[in-house]
Design a protein around this ligand. Structure first.
Ligand code: CAA
Length: 388
């Protein structure tokens, strides 16, 4: 055990992750941050971020190298999302949604399906995930969208709600019931293309946060799908959807972590610049305690999120618990930290001169999507026995 500054102990996570962080951070500062406020104010798609991420191979870095991706592991993907979210939450949804839409294929699709679709994902065609419906949010198995067998085809009808990057993405993993009498065991997963006849999109939702990322309904009006659009076996869709979330709730934790870190960055800087009562507000213990708490909570969230990412990569038995725990903890931290950042900036924090009010609005959604934090606690409770 070494205590001196000359310790040659290996960093907790290898050097390659540190250099990845530095390069994503540089790209985010230069090519994403300058547009973040405009993207939010005008609720417009962050095309500059999409282009920059795609050019750098970061829009879907998790895609295996054999399909033209970077083969980024779960921890590397977390770091990419975290560093983008640190400057722009809406832009961080690009790599996060691409992973969410395509993990069902990585888990359950055939080599041919993966070759066809993941190759195009790596080339820049987005992939969204269609699970939720207007009457099936937390109770995902209550979905009504159905796929009916007709000859050698499936006919898909119904609609999905709150679909991130809907309309921008070229491909959609859609969960539909193929046998309503079987509940969650009668659900199957399909690949749907934006250009399939009968696919259309609703109006853009007017959202509190993540305003640059389009959220729309997706409608399926008797969409004809060939057998090669079915992912895995009939009736295995719900398990596939849940297994997917085990891997991707960690990316929401990463997003929350980045948003919280971004808010701390601003609050810390501001506290040294802002003078009141003849000194920098950082010199008041009340502000120091807030900043210390914010940093402490972020570091705890980061440790849990990185641990969950390692478990995702290794497919460990307690992944379901860790994934839900990291999402729940990091997003609650993001809500608290961004609210405190607004408080530290006072009147300046409440207006859009500084990004912390945007970050606070963005943080709120992370407590809701990919399963509310109440659902995460249910998932954790059901998986307590998997812990050591
Ligand atoms: N891995 C594998 N299988 C799983 C599983 C997992 N993690 N979780 C559940 N299953 C299986 C169960 O074993 C069970 O199978 P058996 O019957 O063979 O045992 C089956 O799935 C049904 O499981 P449950 O009985 O636990 O199902 P439930 O109806 O009680 O629901 C739930 C469980 C955890 C509440 C689930 O409905 C859920 O996660 N709800 C939240 C939905 C959600 O997260 N939506 C997010 C939408 S995506 C989004 O928000 C993306 C975005 O915009 C960025």
């Amino acid at each position: 055990m070494a205590f001196s500054s000359e310790s040659n102990m290996a960093p907790l996570f290898g050097d390659e992750y540190q250099s990845l962080r530095e390069s994503v951070s540089a790209l985010a500062q230069k090519k994403i941050l300058p547009f973040a406020q405009d993207v939010d104010e005008n609720a417009r798609y962050p095309q500059e971020a999409a282009d920059a991420l795609q050019q750098a191979g970061l829009a879907a870095a998790h895609v295996p190298e054999e399909f033209g991706g970077q083969g980024a592991d779960a921890l590397a993907t977390v770091i990419i999302i975290e560093e983008v979210a640190r400057v722009c939450g809406a832009s961080s949804l690009i790599p996060a949604v691409n992973k969410l839409g395509s993990v069902p294929l990585l888990i359950g699709a055939s080599q041919e399906q993966n070759k066809k679709y993941l190759t195009q994902l790596a080339q820049g065609k987005g992939f969204s995930y269609c699970l939720s419906e207007s009457e099936a949010g937390s109770d995902a198995a209550a979905m009504k969208t159905k796929a009916t067998a007709s000859g050698d085809k499936w006919i898909l009808s119904g609609s999905k709600k709150w679909i991130s990057n809907a309309g921008v993405s070229e491909f959609y993993t859609v969960l539909a019931t193929t046998d309503p009498s079987k509940g969650s065991k009668g659900i199957s997963a399909f690949i749907v293309e934006k250009s399939d006849a009968g696919v259309s999109f609703g109006a853009h939702e007017k959202k509190m946060g993540f305003r640059g990322s389009p959220t729309r309904e997706v409608y399926f009006d008797n969409v004809e799908l060939s057998q090669d659009r079915l992912i895995g076996e009939v009736g295995t869709g719900f398990g596939l959807a849940m297994k997917t979330l085990d891997h991707t709730r960690i990316t929401i934790a990463a997003q929350a972590l980045g948003i919280a870190q971004g808010a701390l960055d601003v609050a810390k800087r501001y506290s040294h610049e802002r003078q009141q009562f003849g000194k920098a507000i950082f010199d008041f213990q009340a502000i120091q305690f807030m900043l210390a708490d914010m940093a402490m909570q972020i570091e705890a969230a980061r440790s849990l999120t990185y641990a969950a990412a390692v478990k995702s990569e290794r497919g460990e038995v307690d992944l379901t618990f860790f994934s839900a725990a990291s999402k729940c903890f990091a997003t609650d931290v993001a809500m608290k930290v961004t609210t405190d950042a607004v408080q530290i900036l006072g009147g300046y924090g409440y207006v859009s001169d500084y990004p912390v009010e945007r970050m606070m609005r963005d943080a709120k959604l992370t407590q809701i999507y990919e399963g509310t934090n109440q659902i995460q606690r249910i998932v954790m409770a059901r998986n307590l026995d998997t812990l050591n």
